[in-house]
Structures are given as structure tokens and as C-alpha cells.
Design a protein around this ligand. Structure first.
Ligand code: FCB
Length: 452
């Protein structure tokens, strides 16, 4: 049986974060407001009314955080760039102080041999763009390309690969369909233009990046879909859900067409927002890599509400759960990766796992250490599953765990700790957890193997 000790020699190790979840400093150096600043101020929007105003104070403590990454032995660090630091109103000329922060971060990473892997959009849209419709407006895609140009011109001499968007599916569903995340809109299926405009923005940004010789990646949240039974109605519901979660973004990118959305009563041009030439542009964006964010599979049953969505989510039973309540199914990662290869064949670019990890109710033990065995078990299980997928022929190049630090977990505030490093949010004290030492040792053993 393949396991994590058999990963290929060139396999890269990393950790991920996102700007609004770690940076804090929301009013500093000319940063404009983002949709998350506005959303977190809404009563009841976030657990315990918490905000990312300070978060992990990474904006001021990045030197300490880069040292933690160096000691961990990372090959790469995936972080996101806050668009409102670069263009405070989402348009117009660049804010030099905002660019300066990422410029220093990139230099600090390179100085210790860590490759920067920036994500250009991890959900913190400038509020001014939201006022013009956010991703419901086609114009946001063009603004995104303009912002990409500014950032690529400044950092491109040192950053060869970029992630355009983080989880466009989750952003659309949580942000625009259900209202659980910023911008907090509850449009249900009327949120679908958000899918198309994000893809268009990705494609326009990819053009900018490719013109400069850079590699382009998108990070999608993907989930194996399990029908609740083999009854026809459950199978049909699972197929409908799969279209939404796994195919809505990957099919246009890799096959040049939207999947069949008829189960949702939606036309192939997504209610008219797809214009002639758009799909060609999206397919031509030529992904150099697919980023896969995997947390758990999804179990789907036939709909219970006849007038509603064509599926219902069913519980996965008989498996451990994270502190968040998410089911722990490591083999789901192998299933997902093999399924992607089988579905897309030669159209599938090399894969990097851009997020995978779990929340644990970690707290310091009396001796000051932070034991987090459930996280070690989670990571070990998923890395074994990843090695198994590679042994089955899937081209996976690297693994970025979510997350380096405990951080602001969106609607859950600070209640879910995903970090390898514990953060005391009252003092900002960082304490590496047991999983940090475990990951460090795993990376060192792999490195010894690859150089030895
Ligand atoms: C993903 C997000 C990331 C983090 C993890 C737990 O959906 O991309 O920012 O919140 O979930």
C-alpha cells in the first residue's frame, strides 16, 4: 500500500493562509474597506460578533511568521493578497504602501528559500465594487484583471506562479446564494452570474499572467458526492449536486462548456449572462495547475421540498468528526483525485492540494505544549490517501495544509482552530502545536530521502 513516505522526489510541501483571516490592520497604510469589514459589522453575521480587525496581526508580525515557516521547512507559502490594500476602491491607481507589504513578504520568504504562492482573490472584495454589484456585475471581472496587472507588474520578477481565485463555488454559494458569508446576499439560484463573472475574471487575469510568462492556477473546493442510496431519486440528486459543486467551474475551464444545469431549471447560458466568446476565453485560460481544496465528501439524497433545490444533504455517519463537525474521510481525497483524472483525462492539468486540514479544540496543556493528535491523524490519513492517488497515476505535485496559524474562520469567528501554530488571540502569542513538529519531521524525512 502506498503511503506518505512514498511521495515523489519533487513533491512540494506548503501551508496556506488568507489575507482577511490573518492580517488584521484593516485601517492601515491606506487599505480600503472590504466586504468582510462591512459584513462582520452586521449584528448576528459572525459568531460572537468577532471581526478580522486584528486577526493574527500578521501584517505586523509577518517576520515572526516567516521564521515559523522556515523552521517548519516549507517549500512554499500560499497567502492571499488583499485587493483593498492594492486598490482601496477596487479601481484606479495602486496604493504603494499596500503593494509594499507584499513586496517585503515576498522578499522575506525568498530569503529563507520559501516560494511565494499568492492567491489574488480570497473573498475580500473592495466594498466599493460590491456597491456596483460585486461579482453579480460583469464589470468586476475587468476590474479584477486590472488589479492582477498591477500586482503582477510589481511582484512578477519574483513570483512565477499565481492562484487567481479561491473557491469560487463557496464564494458564490455562501456569499451570494445563502448569505452566510460576505457580502451576505440570499439570492439562491439567482446567484449563478457570480459563477460566470468569477470565471471571466479568472480568464482575463490568466491572460495578463500568461503574457508575462507566469503559471496560472485556480483553487477549487471539491468534494466526492455520495448518493444516500442506489435508489434512482438519490442517484439523480447526487448527480445534480455534483454538477453544482464539482463541475460548474472545472467543466468550463477544462472542457469549454457549462455542465447541464437543467435539473435547476437554468439555461445553458446561465440565464443570459454568458456572452458570445466568453466560454472560448475561459477555456483558453489554459490552467497550468489545478488547486484542490479538500475537506470532506458530501452525502446527497433526493429533495424533500418539491419546489426547492433538486437535492438535500444527508449526514455521513460512522466516521470521526472534526471540531467543526465535518466528517473525516481521508480516502475521499484519493476518490476525488482519481475521479478528476477519470472525468477529465488529458485535459486535467497537474494538481496541487492547496488546502486540507481540520479544526481541533486545541488548548495549551499545563506544561505549555499544545497536543493535537486528531490533527496529526487527519493529516497522516490524508497524505496516505494522496500517495495512493499518485500511485494510481494522478499527477499531484504538492500539498499545502490549511492552515499555518489559527485564524479568523469567517462566520465562525475565532471558534475553529485550524493552525499548526496555536495563536492566543488576546496576546498574539504563537505556540507551535504537536502537529507542527510532526509536519516538520515529515518534511525533513522526505527531504533527506530526496537529496539522499
Ligand atoms: C476553506 C477556505 C479557507 C478556510 C477553510 C477552513 O473553504 O478557503 O479560507 O476557511 O475553508
Amino acid at each position: 500500500m502506498a503511503n506518505r513516505r512514498d511521495l515523489p522526489v519533487a513533491f512540494r510541501w506548503g501551508a496556506s493562509t488568507a489575507a482577511y483571516q490573518v492580517e488584521g490592520a484593516v485601517d492601515e497604510d491606506g487599505r480600503g474597506p472590504s466586504i468582510w469589514d462591512v459584513f462582520t459589522a452586521r449584528p448576528g453575521a459572525v459568531r460572537d460578533s468577532r471581526t478580522g480587525e486584528i486577526a493574527c496581526d500578521h501584517y505586523h508580525r509577518h517576520t515572526e511568521d516567516v521564521a515559523l515557516m522556515r523552521d517548519l521547512g516549507l517549500d512554499g507559502y500560499r497567502f492571499s493578497i488583499a485587493w483593498p490594500r492594492i486598490q482601496p476602491t477596487g479601481a484606479g491607481s495602486a496604493n504603494p504602501a499596500g503593494l509594499g507589504f507584499y513586496d517585503r513578504l515576498v522578499d522575506d520568504l525568498l530569503a529563507v528559500g520559501i516560494s511565494p504562492l499568492p492567491t489574488l482573490f480570497h473573498w475580500d472584495l473592495p466594498q466599493a465594487l460590491e456597491e456596483g454589484g460585486g461579482w453579480l456585475a460583469r464589470d468586476t471581472a475587468y476590474r479584477f484583471a486590472e488589479y492582477t496587472e498591477i500586482v503582477a507588474d510589481r511582484l512578477g520578477d519574483r513570483v512565477p506562479a499565481w492562484i487567481t481565485l479561491n473557491e469560487p463555488f463557496v464564494h458564490m454559494v455562501y456569499g451570494y446564494a445563502l448569505g452566510i458569508h460576505a457580502p451576505g446576499r440570499t439570492l439562491m439560484l439567482d446567484a449563478l452570474p457570480v459563477a460566470h463573472h468569477q470565471l471571466l475574471g479568472h480568464a482575463l487575469a490568466a491572460e495578463v499572467l500568461h503574457e508575462r510568462g507566469h503559471a496560472v492556477v485556480i483553487a477549487n473546493n471539491l468534494s466526492p458526492v455520495w448518493p444516500a442510496s442506489d435508489a434512482a431519486a438519490d442517484m439523480a440528486a447526487a448527480a445534480a449536486y455534483d454538477v453544482l459543486h464539482n463541475r460548474l467551474f472545472t467543466d468550463p475551464l477544462l472542457l469549454g462548456r457549462y455542465p447541464d444545469l437543467s435539473a435547476y431549471g437554468v439555461s445553458p447560458d446561465l440565464g443570459g449572462c454568458v456572452r458570445p466568446g466568453d466560454l472560448e476565453l475561459i477555456a483558453a485560460s489554459g490552467l497550468d495547475g489545478l488547486g484542490v481544496n479538500y475537506y470532506n465528501p458530501t452525502r446527497i439524497a433526493a429533495p424533500t421540498d418539491p419546489g426547492g433545490l433538486p437535492f438535500t444533504e444527508a449526514e455521513i455517519t460512522g466516521v470521526p468528526r472534526t471540531a467543526f463537525g465535518w466528517p473525516v474521510v481521508p480516502d475521499g481525497l484519493r476518490e476525488l483525485l482519481v475521479g478528476l483524472r477519470d472525468r477529465y483525462g488529458d485535459a486535467l492539468p497537474p494538481i496541487t492540494i492547496t488546502e486540507n486540514g481540520c479544526s481541533v479544540a486545541d488548548r495549551p496543556a499545563p506544561d505549555g505544549t499544545i497536543p493535537d493528535q486528531p490533527r496529526i491523524d487527519y493529516l497522516a490519513g490524508h497524505l496516505d490517501a494522496l500517495a495512493a492517488a499518485i500511485a494510481e497515476g494522478v499527477d499531484v505535485r504538492g500539498y499545502f495544509t490549511w492552515s499555518l496559524l489559527d485564524n479568523f474562520e469567517w462566520a465562525e469567528g475565532f471558534s475553529q482552530r485550524f493552525g499548526l501554530v496555536h495563536v492566543d488571540f488576546a496576546t498574539q502569542l504563537r505556540t507551535p502545536k504537536a502537529s507542527y513538529a510532526w509536519y516538520r519531521d515529515l518534511i525533513a524525512a522526505h527531504r533527506a530521502h530526496r537529496t539522499g
